[in-house]
Each structure stands twice: as structure tokens, then as C-alpha cells.
Design a protein around this ligand. Structure first.
Ligand code: IVH
Length: 688
């Protein structure tokens, strides 16, 4: 029996060492954190039973982690330790009991904080100046990452205030916020570079860059939670919470989510409170940490090998789990974006059953080589759609096939196309694809497109669901479906009086208004019509340029790529998008039907617009966010304004940017309307 256990013990040591290497050195974990914790616990249990087996190379005897030889080593003055975990309430209660026993029933309090899911960092300040920063490494030797740490904006290079010790080593966690993580992975996707499995790996990968410029381009954050070296030692406050308050005064980032707990019930209340808001926090945490607050009591409790006795990490249920990919399907989004989705064997992840995971795009599937039948790790983070972290290649069943992305849309069978430089594949069905139809109709009717008043999202929803319309051309046939419209507008009308009222209204009011708005849109300009078609990359300005160049929609329908490239501001991406749209026969049919129903888009030469700036006097001050003051002046003059340099009672508007000074003060004193660049743009836009 003990032979079997010994074999298991040896295997556990090897497994843990392998996973440590994958996690710490390669920033690419192969198993969920909770499974790692489980292996570790099993190891500890065997060691408790057979203490003589414990050797120096046991993972229980050292702090997990690796120092990469590429960075110069930093020997930590005092080791950077790890925390023991409590995975259940009972274990947290047992921790509290041990503390009480160790402190011989003296009364004490806990400081409760978050367990950030990033990487531990030591930052040394001498006479207030940041002089060195290092990773934890193996606990005694870390990697020198000073230049990289200096690129993190929130970490002070110089401490604030006058109460600063000569030498202080601040310890804490570097991590990446969700928004920065998604932005980074988006960029990685666009660059065709490796995506990061989770924010922790992204933070570690970004910090351990040999080129600090790369670190600088990644947005990292930091929270302090501890202290290493200190001189003079008399500077130390009496408790951990007071140290955090001093850090804050010195400008060192400290997390706001902390509290003092006086007993175990208050610890549990904190655990519950943070657990409830965990998924809405802007960064990952994997638990909370309870620390005996008073330093004298901390010292009394001391340490056992790799972790303090005075603190514990109370972990949340895992947010990652193993499951199997049952199928890979694609979904068509509102704009035709094709998103592959993995259908999963249902699995509980952090208390929620997960059955689907997003696979983002084609490249992501190829990069991770995700196949139907694969065993995978799924991860849930915040309120985002679950995703697949990695595939367990060792468990891949035989005869699995690499996944091939479909060539045609599963809904409308139009071609799926991927434009150069884009990660997302799209259905080219445009107006024809039912998945895109509704959105296309809403866009078509938009105020800035065909301007069909009264055709909002709710009505389009109903019209499409009842199959009364399926493309924009059907809008112009609605007058033939009056009965259906009446039923639709009063769908819940089950008593005769409401029905009657509906018919009354149909005769003159809401429905009639809608029908006349549709009729009125027949004379929309060619620019509006082109914009209304919803061709990808063709916004209002491009539509205006195209209208000016082609003057008739038929000419645009037959334009070649070379031709289109001659139009002002039309580049290869836009030109290709127009050619693809016009080459789909469904799109041409819809346009032809529109023309046949009496839609008559003609190019109108620049209209004289009613501008809110016509004959107004505007003064510009400060730095505008996107344009120079000269550019703003030209734009305003184009819209009929007179731009003057001094504020007076005759000034109509003050256009103010950043660091506006005396002109702003004067304008406020004279009660003159102050606008910013965005407001100016929206005033101009609305007039068009
Ligand atoms: S205190 C002596 N406090 O968890 C205790 N650690 O498993 C040293 N961590 O390496 C750690 N949040 O990277 C402490 N509020 C917190 C923490 C925290 C995250 C990490 C840290 C450490 C690991 C220990």
C-alpha cells in the first residue's frame, strides 16, 4: 500500500513541478488553477501522513515560481512567500481557530483584502526614489524588471510626502484590468500574434519583456499589499492596515476593497460581500486574504516553511473547468460578422452551467487547434462570454479533424468573406441574409439614411417576425398590407373596442404617418440612399463622395475596383467592400426592386444648409482633442460662422478645449454658451 502511495507522491511532485514551469516560466498554464490546488493538497496530505518522505525538492518546501535567467537576478532581502489556501468555510474557520490558539486567546483583529490574480512584485525605494523592482521568482531570487516596472503609470517613481523611510521595499501585485486585457488580445489578434489565455498571463507576459517599450505599450496596474526590507525599522506602523494607509499617503496604489474584521463571522461576511461583487470587479481576483492586522501578533504567529501562519487566502470556487467540445458552429451577427461558437458538454464554472464558449474567429481556432471531441479548459471571467483557454492535447481522441471554417453563410448561403487585415469573417449576404435583415432595415430607415420617421426597432422587429417584410424594398409595398399592419399594431387587442380604435387609427394616424414617411423617403438624395444600403465601410462621408462621383446608383452598381479607387478617400478596403456588395445578386435585386417601387435617388449638388453657426460669432480657446484651432476655424467658417479672437458680449459661442484660461473665465462671466469640440460636431451633424 505504502509503495502505491509513494509512487503517487513521486508522480505528484513531478506533475506539480511540470505545471509550475508551464505557469511561471512559460506563462501558459495547462490545467485550471483549482486542479493545481487539488494536486498540491493531495501532496500535502501524503506528507502529513509520511513526514519522512519530505525532501528539499518537494514543492511544499519552496515557493513555486521560477526566475528566468534572461533577466538579471535579484536576491530578495527577506524571502517573498506564498499564502496557504482555505478552499472551504470550514478551513477558514480552522485558520481563525489556529490564530486564536497561537495568540493565547488575546483579542486581535484581521485586515481583510482581495487576492489579486496577477504576479507578485517587489519595488525598492531609496530616499523616496524607485531604484529597483523584481519579480518573486522562486521566492528567494527574482528577476530584475526595474525598467519595465517604471513604465507602469500608476507606480510612483518618487514617493510623496515627508514621512518616508530611507529604504522601503513595497510588495504587491501587478495585474491587468479586463478592459486592458481585451484590448490587448484584440490587438494581438489583429497582428496575428499569440493571444493571452487570461489577464494574469497577459500581465506576466507583458512585464517579463526584454524590451521595456513593449511593457510600456501594455496597460498594467498595481496594488500594494505588503512590505519587505525597511530602514529604519522604527518607521513601521503598528498594523498592516496602517501600513496601507501610509502607502496611500505616499502615492502608492492600494485597493479600496478592504475592511477590518473582529471575528470569524465578519470574515465570512467579507467573503460573501466580495464574492457577490466579484464578477463585476474590473479585474480578476481568485479569493480574499485575511491577515492578522497587528505586526506584533503576526510575529508571534510566525511562519511554516513557505507561508505565514498569520494569513490565509480564502479562495472562491474555480472559474475554470475541464469539459469536452461537442460541436463547433458559427453564428451570424447583426452586421454579418461570423462568430464561431463551441457547443460544450455542460459544465459548472464558478457556479454557472456553461454550455457554449466563443471561439472569437477563424485564426483563434487554428492557433489553438480546437477540434470537435477535444478536452478543453473553459474559463468564465466577469460577465463576458465563456472562452476556451487551452486544449489538453494529451487527451485528444483519435481521428479528430482540424476544424474548417465554412465558406458560405449557414443562414443564407452567401459567401463568407474575410477582408485583408481583418480578423472577422463576414457573410456577404447583406440585405438578403435574414440574420442581418432586421438590422439592415433599421439602418436603412435611420434618420441620417432614408429618414423614415416612425420605423423604429420595435416595429421592424414585428414586421420581420411576422414576415410582412424581409428587406428594405418590401417597405414600399406595405400599403398593400394594411390589414396585416392593423393587426400588428394592435396585436394585443382582443376586445372589439380596441380593434375598432385600431382601425380608426389605421385610417388616419400612426400607420398612415408611417406609410407617408415611407413614401416621402422615395426622394431621398443619392448620398443618403448609398449610405442606407449599409455597405460595410461606407459611412456618410464616403456615401456623399460616391454620390458626387457616380451621380446615379446604376453607375455605382457597375463600378470596378480601379474606378472606385479614383474616388476621393476611397481606399482598397472600401473599394473591395463595395465591389463585393454589388456582386451579390441578392443585393442587386433589392436595389432594383427599390428603384422599381419609385425610389428615385438623385445626386443633389451641395445643399445650402441651415447651420446653427450661420452668422454667429465664435471664439476658440484651449487645445481641442482632435483638431487644431485653425482646422476648427475653417470648419466653422464653412458653416457660416465668423471666428473672432476676443470674447465680448457679442460672442455667440466659446469653443473651449483643454487648458482654456482667461477667455473661458470671461465667457462664463458674460453668460456666453461654452461648447466643446464634440458639441460643435454634433451641432454641425444635426443640421445636415
Ligand atoms: S500577501 C506573506 N496579499 O498571492 C504573504 N498576497 O499565494 C505574502 N496575492 O505571491 C502575500 N493578493 O502574488 C498577499 N492581498 C494579497 C494578495 C496576495 C494576491 C498573491 C501574491 C502572492 C500569492 C500567495
Amino acid at each position: 500500500m505504502s509503495d502505491l502511495i509513494k509512487a503517487r507522491y513521486t508522480r505528484l511532485k513531478e506533475e506539480i513541478a511540470k505545471h509550475d514551469q508551464a505557469y511561471y516560466l512559460n506563462d501558459a498554464p495547462q490545467i485550471p488553477d483549482a486542479d493545481y490546488d487539488q494536486l498540491f493538497r493531495e501532496l500535502l496530505e501524503i506528507e502529513k501522513e509520511y513526514p519522512t518522505w519530505i525532501s528539499n525538492d518537494s514543492p511544499s518546501q519552496k515557493v513555486s515560481g521560477y526566475a528566468n535567467a534572461v533577466f538579471s537576478p535579484v536576491v530578495h532581502g527577506t524571502p517573498m512567500l506564498s499564502l496557504n489556501n482555505a478552499l472551504t468555510e470550514e478551513e477558514a474557520i480552522a485558520f481563525d481557530k489556529r490564530c486564536h490558539e497561537g495568540l493565547l486567546s488575546q483579542s486581535f483583529e484581521y485586515s481583510c483584502e482581495l487576492k489579486f490574480d496577477g504576479l507578485a512584485i517587489s519595488i525598492l525605494y531609496e530616499y523616496g526614489r524607485l531604484v529597483r523592482a523584481a519579480t518573486r521568482g522562486d521566492g528567494s531570487t527574482g528577476e530584475n524588471v526595474t525598467d519595465n516596472i517604471k513604465t507602469i503609470a500608476s507606480i510612483p517613481k518618487q514617493l510623496l510626502g515627508s514621512d518616508i523611510p530611507d529604504r522601503i521595499e513595497v510588495r504587491g501585485e501587478v495585474f491587468m484590468r479586463h478592459s486592458d486585457f481585451y484590448e490587448l488580445n484584440q490587438l494581438q489578434r489583429e497582428l496575428g500574434a499569440k493571444e493571452f489565455a487570461n489577464p494574469r498571463n497577459a500581465a506576466a507576459g507583458s512585464l517579463r519583456q526584454l524590451d521595456p517599450l513593449i511593457t510600456a505599450s501594455r496597460k498594467l496596474s498595481f496594488f500594494a499589499y505588503g512590505i519587505g526590507e525597511l530602514s529604519p525599522v522604527t518607521w513601521l506602523p503598528i498594523s498592516h492596515s496602517q501600513l496601507m494607509a501610509s502607502y496611500q499617503k505616499m502615492g502608492i496604489p492600494v485597493c479600496d476593497e478592504h475592511c477590518i474584521a473582529n471575528d470569524v463571522s465578519e470574515l465570512m461576511a467579507f467573503f460573501k460581500q466580495i464574492g457577490d461583487k466579484r464578477l463585476s470587479l474590473p479585474y480578476d481576483i481568485d479569493g480574499v486574504v485575511y491577515k492578522v492586522n497587528n505586526y506584533a501578533f503576526q510575529n508571534q504567529l510566525g511562519y511554516v516553511s513557505r507561508a505565514p501562519r498569520f494569513a490565509i487566502a480564502h479562495k472562491f470556487p474555480p472559474q475554470e473547468a475541464f469539459t469536452t467540445v461537442l460541436a463547433i458552429e458559427v453564428q451570424v451577427g447583426r452586421t454579418g460578422a461570423i462568430t464561431p461558437v463551441a457547443r460544450l458538454d455542460p459544465v459548472l464554472v464558478g457556479g454557472v452551467t456553461v454550455t457554449n464558449a466563443t471561439l472569437h474567429n477563424q485564426d483563434e481556432i487554428s492557433r489553438k487547434d480546437i477540434r470537435v471531441g477535444d478536452h478543453v479548459i473553459v474559463r468564465r471571467a466577469g460577465d463576458v462570454i465563456p472562452e476556451i483557454v487551452s486544449v489538453d492535447l494529451q487527451q485528444r481522441p483519435q481521428n479528430t479533424q482540424p476544424y474548417h471554417f465554412p465558406l458560405t453563410c449557414p443562414i443564407c448561403h452567401s459567401h463568407i468573406e474575410k477582408l485583408a487585415g481583418e480578423a472577422i469573417a463576414r457573410c456577404s449576404g447583406g440585405l438578403f441574409c435574414p440574420a442581418q435583415r432586421k438590422q439592415a432595415i433599421i439602418h436603412f430607415a435611420h434618420r441620417r439614411a432614408m429618414n423614415i420617421d416612425g420605423l423604429g426597432e420595435k416595429i421592424v422587429d414585428k414586421l420581420v417576425a411576422e414576415k410582412i417584410i424581409s428587406n428594405p424594398a418590401d417597405l414600399y409595398k406595405l400599403q398593400h398590407s394594411l390589414n396585416k399592419l392593423v393587426q400588428l399594431f394592435y396585436v394585443n387587442a382582443n376586445d372589439s373596442s380596441k380593434q375598432k380604435k385600431g382601425q380608426d387609427l389605421a385610417e388616419g394616424k400612426q400607420i398612415q404617418n408611417l406609410l407617408s414617411a415611407i413614401d416621402g423617403s422615395k426622394s431621398a438624395s443619392l448620398a443618403r440612399f448609398i449610405f442606407a444600403l449599409g455597405i460595410r465601410h461606407v459611412g456618410e462621408t464616403t456615401a456623399k463622395d460616391l454620390a458626387k462621383s457616380y451621380r446615379k446608383i446604376e453607375a455605382l452598381m457597375d463600378a470596378s475596383l480601379e474606378d472606385l479607387l479614383k474616388v476621393r478617400d476611397v481606399g482598397p478596403v472600401v473599394a473591395q467592400s463595395i465591389v463585393s456588395f454589388m456582386s451579390e445578386s441578392h443585393n442587386r435585386e433589392v436595389i432594383e426592386q427599390l428603384l422599381a417601387s419609385g425610389v428615385n435617388p438623385v445626386e443633389v449638388s451641395e445643399l445650402v444648409l441651415e447651420s446653427p453657426f450661420q452668422d454667429k460669432t465664435v471664439v476658440i480657446t484651449g487645445t481641442l482633442p482632435t483638431m487644431s484651432r485653425d482646422e476648427a476655424k475653417l470648419l466653422l467658417e464653412k458653416h457660416g460662422a465668423k471666428v473672432s479672437s476676443a470674447v465680448s458680449s457679442k460672442t455667440s459661442y466659446l469653443l473651449a478645449g483643454a487648458d482654456a484660461g482667461s477667455k473661458l473665465e470671461k465667457a462664463i462671466a458674460l453668460n456666453i454658451t461654452v461648447i466643446d469640440e464634440a458639441m460643435m460636431m454634433s451641432m454641425i451633424d444635426q443640421a445636415q
